[in-house]
Design a binder for this molecule. Sequence first.
Ligand SMILES: C[S@@+](CC[C@H](N)C(=O)[O-])C[C@H]1O[C@@H](n2cnc3c(N)ncnc32)[C@H](O)[C@@H]1O
Length: 243
Amino acid sequence: MKDRDSRMNGLGRFFGVGVGPGDPELLTLKALRVLQESPVICMPKKGEHSRSYALSIVSSYLDPARQELLELVFPMKRDLDLLPTYWRAATDEIIVRLRAGRDVAFITEGDPLLFGTFIYVYDLLRQAEPSVAIEIVPGVSSVNASAASALLPLATTSDRLAIVPASYALEELSDILQRFDTVVLLKVNDVFDRVLDILESLSLTDRAVYVRRCTSPQEEIVRDVRTLRGQKLDYLSQVIVRK
Ligand SMILES: C[S@@+](CC[C@H](N)C(=O)[O-])C[C@H]1O[C@@H](n2cnc3c(N)ncnc32)[C@H](O)[C@@H]1O
């Protein structure tokens, strides 16, 4: 297997491990093996005092007596001057451990290559240590899992599917909603009322389903999205619009 044989230069191996959207049963067998074999498990969290959602998904499979649980702070900000400082600090912490010959598994909710902080660390790490062996273990993304929870097909035959970070795409959203058959809106919580305005203007409100914390015990599915206007919504929520 590639990840067993790829150790080089005495460096530990770096794994990006998707742990799925919430239900631990949606971990892949490979993710489980890599997590249990890695001496260092690192995880993103929003602030010093917050808890990593990814860790909550896998914590029962880890052994803190044997494994180092390294929490890395990535603030939920858009400040592109500030954020690279955190990405670099996190990458430095990881490199110290890889240079000591220890494998490091970086866990992310959902899939690591879909809108994750993992991607910034991965890029910096490859620049700083080009010879480090890296493997990505894909995870069940919240897009797939939310569609499953909502019992909504994402696409058939010739359908076009768009996955859009709503808070970055309000200007183009009306256009996107008209051009695609299914639109999945991530990062929707802070802009939900404006999204609702756009859906109403296109008579698409009845085609939208809101999904919060899919597959976790806190999962919530709302089919009449108008009832959510004015509410404070969870960051881990999305809207699927299926025409
Ligand atoms: C930074 S992206 C991470 C996506 C993740 N890597 C994935 O593959 O699902 C965060 C956004 O994904 C969506 N999300 C992540 N987990 C979710 C969940 N369990 N239920 C619903 N939406 C979720 C939300 O829209 C959230 O704002």
